[in-house]
Design a protein around this ligand. Structure first.
Ligand code: GRG
Length: 291
């Protein structure tokens, strides 16, 4: 756990330094860094570091990728909170970005974080071929074949009049794309910072990422019912927005069991690999979390 705290600190410091760059107008700069610097668990960054260390990557280089992924994640939260999306007034225990800076600045802050994340990776000291592979994977996972696609499916499905079987397929698609693809990419991009990765190991790590990514969103759905709003740092809105969730379809108990099964499937992929302790610990954190 000490290593995870070190990784969290490295990410925070990197983002803090980015926010010292000379960007005007002042209000845009404030909107840009308000969400990335407002805390958060930094799960995605921890996954990138933890996967990278299994492939002997240089931590000083990995931090560029870990922080970039947190910038993309922050952009997604800012846009997700907008009235046209989830309409959330609170995030990470504070007023949402658009509540402080207005919808116009919040949209632009999200756009800015999304594009700059790729600049951070391109500007990193990693090897050119590593950067290309990372940018290729991450842009696909965060974009039209991943997170943005899942968000679109989520919005289009809310309140849709479909049968139970169709609902199951839909919720699976949404969770996999909206949340799991970026989490999976955090793990994969960490590995891509390393050297001499065997295909078998790459496949294992990739499956681990997908399984805990889906488990993460199932737990998120459960916490939207049983969680404490103070701990979550946001209002529970799934019921209000008529969002398609695992507990809505399967009930709370079965949803928790499914997350547990996915955690064990993730464990099985990596348990025999060297230096996998951190990824095992993160998988536990994902399923046991209360915030
Ligand atoms: C392009 C206009 C436009 C909008 C896109 C892509 C998108 C909006 C939203 C992404 C979907 C999204 C926000 C999914 C939720 C994922 C999730 C469970 C977020 C919470 O993550 P945590 O718990 O947050 O890791 P912290 O605060 O700890 O970092």
């Amino acid at each position: 756990m000490e290593t995870l705290n070190k990784y969290r600190l490295l990410t925070d410091n990197f983002i803090d330094n980015l926010s010292k760059e000379n960007i005007v107008p002042k209000k845009f700069k404030e909107a840009l860094f308000y969400t990335p610097k407002s805390g958060g668990k930094r799960i995605r960054a921890l996954l990138t570091f933890s996967s990278a260390e299994m492939f002997n990557a240089d931590i000083d280089k990995v931090v560029f990728v870990a922080a970039a992924i947190e910038l993309i994640h922050a952009y997604s939260l800012i846009h997700d909170d907008l009235p046209a999306m989830d309409n959330d007034d609170f995030r990470r225990g504070k007023p949402s970005n658009h509540k402080v800076f207005g919808e116009d600045m919040a949209i632009l802050a999200g756009d800015g974080l999304n594009t700059h994340a790729f600049n951070v990776i391109a500007d990193s000291p990693l090897m050119p071929e590593q950067k290309i592979e990372i940018i290729k994977h991450l842009s696909k996972a965060a974009g039209i074949y991943g997170m943005v696609n899942g968000q679109a499916a989520d919005i289009l499905s809310s309140g849709a009049d479909v049968g139970k079987n169709q609902q199951k397929k839909l919720v699976n698609f949404i969770h996999k794309h909206k949340t799991a693809k970026l989490i999976q990419s955090s793990v994969v991009c960490g590995a891509l910072c390393g050297r001499n990765i065997k295909d078998t190991d790459f496949n294992k790590i990739s499956k681990y990422g997908l399984y805990i990514g889906v488990a993460f969103q199932i737990i998120d759905d459960c916490l939207d019912i049983v969680g404490d709003e103070k701990l979550l740092g946001k209002k529970k809105v799934d019921e209000i927005n008529n969002t398609l969730t695992y507990p809505k379809i399967y009930g709370l108990e079965r949803s928790y069991k499914m997350a547990e099964v996915l955690k064990n499937m993730a464990f099985n992929e990596i348990k025999d690999m060297k230096k996998s302790e951190n990824l095992i610990n993160i998988a536990k954190l994902v399923v046991e979390r209360k915030q």
